[in-house]
Design a protein around this ligand. Structure first.
Ligand SMILES: N[C@H](CCC[C@H](N)C(=O)O)C(=O)O
Length: 293
């Protein structure tokens, strides 16, 4: 007779599920699910990515990052999806996280991450902070893009207490409003309408910035396709660049976000360098069959 308490093993699935290992990382609380698709395509549709990114029914993240093989000149291609399933052209904090992964994997202190917007060199600094060259900002109305020709340093846009933003592209669209007191602003209430404003045919990431000093900016960012995040790397770059264009900041500044501080420099050669910490929170496995195709 079988031993008391014996319970038959549940039948194993006929075919072992293909589980997808992931690494949960963040830069100042801007958090990412990172998967490795360099050795074969992964069964991840935008709908499935959105379901995995859901903070209640999935793992939860601000962006879903897929590593893919890169052509010569870069160590990896990084594909960026927002939690609504939309694909983005830049993600500064994820670029720093992926650069740190590649440096750990290769033993090198410098690597290059490619995105749809170009090649982004990254390096490890003493103390473990990661610096990436986020490339050159672009200021043409069609670069951002905007719905019609206009001066991107002063957009004819106002909503409630905010007005007159500057816009640029860091490989993704950004609009920066300058305010006197960020703590007094209900920016989360303004974010959705501005993100979806008709002036931004591809929507936009919306920054609300307060100039503390020419080398110290505070900013809160409503991200396109993600909403309020604790930090936004490309948004921090856009904030410095737009502030400098408006004569409000010098070329090197601390940019203080809700999740912490990034060091920014807009070099005279046009490159924007961003430096800050990265961290891994945990590792796990995704069962893709648990999410809609
Ligand atoms: N939501 C952004 C992508 C992520 C940007 C942000 N997490 C960063 O660190 O740059 C967009 O749709 O353009």
């Amino acid at each position: 007779m079988r031993g008391a308490g014996f319970r038959p093993r549940p039948s194993l699935p006929i075919l072992p599920r293909v589980l997808i290992p992931f690494r949960k990382m963040h830069g100042l609380g801007n958090d990412f699910v990172v998967v490795d698709g360099r050795h074969g395509a992964l069964p991840l549709s935008p709908a499935r990515i959105a379901a995995i990114a859901d903070r209640h029914r999935g793992i939860g993240c601000d962006q879903f990052i897929t590593l893919e093989p890169a052509a010569a000149g870069a160590d990896v291609f990084m594909r960026i999806h927002n939690p609504d399933g939309s694909e983005a052209g830049a993600c500064g904090n994820a670029t720093r996280c992926v650069a740190s992964l590649l440096m750990a994997e290769t033993g090198r202190d410098a690597v290059t991450v490619r995105t749809v917007s170009g090649e982004l060199p990254g390096e490890r600094l003493p103390g473990g902070r990661i610096r990436v060259d986020m490339g050159h900002p672009r200021f043409g109305w069609e670069d951002v893009p905007l719905a019609e020709a206009m001066d991107t340093a002063h957009l004819p846009l106002a909503l409630g207490p905010v007005a007159d933003p500057a816009a640029c592209s860091m490989g993704n669209p950004h609009a920066t409003f300058f305010v006197d007191d960020l703590d007094a602003l209900d920016w989360r209430a303004l974010g959705p309408q501005l993100e979806q404003h008709p002036l931004f045919p591809d929507r936009a990431n919306i920054g609300f910035a307060q100039v503390v000093a020419p080398d110290h900016l505070r900013v809160a960012i409503w991200e396109r396709g993600a909403g309020p995040t604790l930090a936004c790397g490309s948004g921090a770059c856009a904030t410095l660049v737009n502030a400098h264009r408006r004569g409000l900041a010098i070329r090197r500044a601390r940019v203080e976000l809700p999740g912490g501080v990034l060091e920014l420099e807009w070099r005279l050669d046009g490159a924007v360098l961003m430096t800050g910490p990265v961290a891994t929170a945990f590792l796990g496995q995704i069962d893709p069959d648990s999410f809609p195709a």
